[in-house]
Ligand binder design. Structure first.
Ligand SMILES: [Zn+2]
Length: 501
């Protein structure tokens, strides 16, 4: 156990805190704790694998590995062995703090998204106490005395009620969401104080998840003039009180209190792995488009009329909510996931013998998987054709425009260009970053009969790809203005080594 009463490394993970907003609020004196930390330390940008998927960033931080290695990119991931998507678990991940604990350092981890529990006998590990990402759907805490401390605390208000809002004009629920987030942040601050005082870990990681959940619903209040919002009539909506910035302020207040009581003389880090930017729903046209262009075929394709084909109609049907379809949708989905961003549509059944490439349900980027022989259980694409097919798909996506000629894809990322690597790949083969043009509803695509209706229009924040880190007391441990999410833990580990008694 730490003989000192202060952690040697105290790190705060601000889930999905947007660096440009943090910077702006620091400059406007709205975040005094971060401002003071920055004046004594330094700012780095964090390069994260959010370009693959928002679900990649935390597993990459936790394990120190790239998505190619841990295989996680969303809450639902493709399983080639069974030709279906599966809700992910974090149990197979080995967190970097395991080696630290084995090395004799006490470790405390509160609510880091996608964290597995490793059976710590000292310190604390608490997952999904007030989560945005529901993995197990319940609080897990260890060791036993920590579990009992948690069960004696007031629960996080977002843990028993998701408090999602119906859209930017659902003022009542938006305000309830912000109020509950503020209350959750205060509770989190006092829980962290109690855990740190009780267990005195050498390395402490305290995550604040409230920013993430609220920002998906409230980003229009941060960038009201953005084109995505102005062309969709968001400017008619009245202000929300309290608003998202107050959530950032409350997190800053809690961090300030924790640093004041526990942080003097220690290495302090405040970081996020990805940020937030405007959106209006989630585009869904990739599935019908790949069907239309002959890359994929649905199982009951022949029995369907053109207008019934693909997700555009599935989406329309879901909006109209015929009881039977709705029932099926909710029956197939685990209860924790039905109202979640990450699963906007179900996987339809494909005729795999006629499918060379297909899309995976996504919360943001377009994800394309090749039906590769030897990797997919029903794969048909020979290894020798992998690269050509990827290239062909890339060309198709790059050429997509709206009817009036505006490009739809900003970037197409092949996750590997080597078939040797592709054979073991669990993440999508191609990742598409969309232009804001895809948030038009309906969206007509030039040269295609597919008419797109984005799903999840209640969401107006999606992830920006960069995070940030403010580090104090670790300035000499890492040089450079930017750091990869996979490498953040190295600063923490080095700092523990350097301060070993
Ligand atoms: Zn998110």
């Amino acid at each position: 156990m730490n003989t000192n009463d202060r952690p040697r490394v105290l790190a705060f993970a601000l889930d999905a805190a947007e660096p440009t907003l943090v910077r702006r609020m620091i400059e406007q004196d709205e975040l005094p704790a971060l401002k003071s930390l920055l004046s004594e330390g330094r700012w780095m940008s964090v390069k994260s694998p959010a370009d693959i998927g928002s679900g990649s960033v935390w597993p990459s931080f936790v394990t120190g590995e790239a998505p190619m290695v841990h295989g996680i990119y969303g809450e639902w991931c493709w399983e080639p062995e069974r030709m279906g998507i599966q809700r992910i678990t974090a149990r197979q991940l080995t967190p970097f703090w395991k080696a630290q604990a084995e090395n004799g350092n006490t470790v405390g981890v509160l609510d880091v998204p996608f964290m597995p529990l490793i059976g710590l006998s000292e310190g604390f590990e608490v997952s999904e106490w007030g989560p945005h990402d529901l993995i197990d759907g319940r609080v897990n805490a260890a060791p036993a005395k920590v579990a009992s401390l948690i069960s004696n605390q007031a629960p996080h208000p977002l843990s028993h009620d998701r408090l999602d809002a119906g859209g930017p004009d659902d003022y009542q629920n938006l305000e309830r969401l912000v109020s509950a987030s503020l209350e959750g942040i205060r509770l989190r601050g006092s829980l962290a104080q109690a855990l740190l005082k009780e267990t005195r870990p050498d390395l402490s990681l305290i995550a604040f998840t409230e920013i993430h959940h609220a920002a998906h619903f409230l980003w229009h209040t941060v960038e009201p003039e953005h084109e995505v919002f102005s062309r969709n009539g968001f400017d008619n909506h009245r202000a929300i009180k309290p608003d998202l910035r107050e959530i950032y302020c409350e997190v800053d207040r809690q961090i300030g209190d924790l640093i004041e009581t526990l942080g003097a003389g220690t290495t302090i880090m405040v970081f996020s792995l990805h940020g937030m930017q405007p959106c209006h729903g989630v585009p869904t046209f990739l599935l019908p488009l790949l069907c239309e262009k002959g890359f994929a075929r649905l199982a009951d394709w022949n029995s369907k009329s053109w207008t019934e084909r693909g997700i555009a109609l599935m989406a329309a049907a879901k909006r109209r909510s015929p009881a039977a379809l709705k029932k099926l949708y909710y029956k197939t989905m685990p209860p924790t996931a039905t109202h979640r961003l990450a699963q906007p549509t179900m996987m339809p059944s494909y005729d795999w013998s006629q499918t060379s490439a297909f899309s995976l349900p996504s919360d943001q980027h377009g994800w394309i998987r090749i039906n590769l022989r030897g990797r997919e259980a029903s794969g048909i694409v020979p290894l020798g054709e992998y690269e050509v097919l990827c290239h062909e798909l890339e060309q198709l996506i790059r050429s997509l425009t709206s009817e009036d000629g505006k490009p739809l894809a900003r970037r197409v990322i092949p996750t590997t260009d080597r078939v040797k690597e592709a054979i073991g790949l669990r993440i999508p083969d191609l990742v598409v970053h969309w232009e804001d043009e895809v948030f038009r509803a309906p969206l007509r695509i030039r040269g295609s009969a597919v008419v797109s209706q984005p799903l999840g229009r209640k969401f107006n924040g999606q992830h920006a790809l960069e995070g940030f880190c403010i580090a104090r007391g670790a300035a000499d441990l890492y040089q450079g203005d930017s750091i990869r999410a996979e490498d953040l833990h190295r600063i923490m580990c080095r700092s523990l080594e350097d301060t070993r008694d």
